[in-house]
Design a protein around this ligand. Sequence first.
Ligand SMILES: [Cu+2]
Length: 453
Amino acid sequence: MLIRIAILLLLVLSVTPRLAHGNLDCPVEYQISAQFENGAAWKMCWDSRKRENIVLSDVHFQPQGAPLYSVFNTLRLSQLHVSYDDSNVTYNDITEFGLGGGYVVELKQEDCPGGQLIEIGGLNRLCTLMSSEDDSYKTPDETRQSQSISIFSVSQVGSYAYLVTWKFFADGSVEPSVGAAGALQRSSDHSHSHHGRTLEDVPDKSWLSHTHNYYWQIDFDLGDDPNNDVVSELEFVTGKDGRRALSKTPLRVEAARTINPKTMTSWLISDGDHKSGLVAGYLIEPQNYGHKMVNKVTDPYTEFDFFVTRQNDCERFVSENAKYYPECEEDILQFVNNESINGEDIVLWHRISFHHVPRNEDRHVMHSHWDGFVMQARNLHAQTPGHSGVESDQVLAAIASTDIQSDAVVQNKETEIGCSVVGNRHSSRDVGLLALMLLSFLCLRRGRITLVD
Ligand SMILES: [Cu+2]
């Protein structure tokens, strides 16, 4: 009997897909992998959904000589919200129409030069493309190009053609982006409208300005345990002495946050798997967030740029979600309902806006306007990936010739939301210290602060 059970167990294990040693949990034709010159690799599964089209899952990165490392459970564009300045029309392209199904454009080989075309529904409609571009780094005696694999498809929605792209770099970083191309969608019969521009060849119309709000849904699953990732908000606050100090605030409950350019807001997603030493993670620095569209009257969630929620299968679209999941909430702001994300599988949502003011050059065909952001790998490597780790004599001579001044230490603080504390030095040191002690005491009483090194 025991032998039978053992044989059965062996059979089950031999046919169950497992990720160990590079086996992805999807059929071979739905797998994408890339191997780079620096020894690193990406492996993932792809799918095409009727609404959002490309959904990438089981996304793993493998640094040179290291085991496969889980990065994302899923990646998708969650809404393409287009709001016109005249407020007459707002599109939610993904839930009203969709980027998948018949909206996906067939690609030719010249659309995917040197790349691999993949069929969706019997037509070549997905491209994976390896590229080497720009200098990844340059030293006096070495130049290395940045290698990446791009995965993209094109969806024609109304007059617009959206180029939805995911780029995975050889250093572990990831860049989601969308190119808006095609043609202008809406015009008004009121020439000289304050809500648009009259273009050269159509004197009796105004082509209306509008904002494209791109919302990505990023389900990080860093390392072996998907439930121990931690999201922290980073800010750099300039003190009275003119120095900027880091303020790090772990988010412990679901949150809707805004980008503050003055404090250079960014978000760090850290892997809780670490036993000791440096913590692996990803940094989201929204340096290309542009002019954001905020309309609290019609779409209250547009006030925010970044959301953290507890993973929930029925929370799929940033807006008009209940249209497909009536048992669930309608929009992202309602998903954020104070649930604890401590020790949970967390999902991030990020919005980047592009305010599109029509110009003559947009008639009759628009050039692609690209928007996106980078998720920068942190501590996935001990040093520059692909570099020997040995400085040449030329590099050492260049370093030696520079005048490097030592710097005084400025203490960083880690706080929880509502208890952001930044040290102040010099003239107001005593007052700052007193305020720091008082605030720390209040925070400690509320059990909401952890001071670290
Ligand atoms: Cu536009």
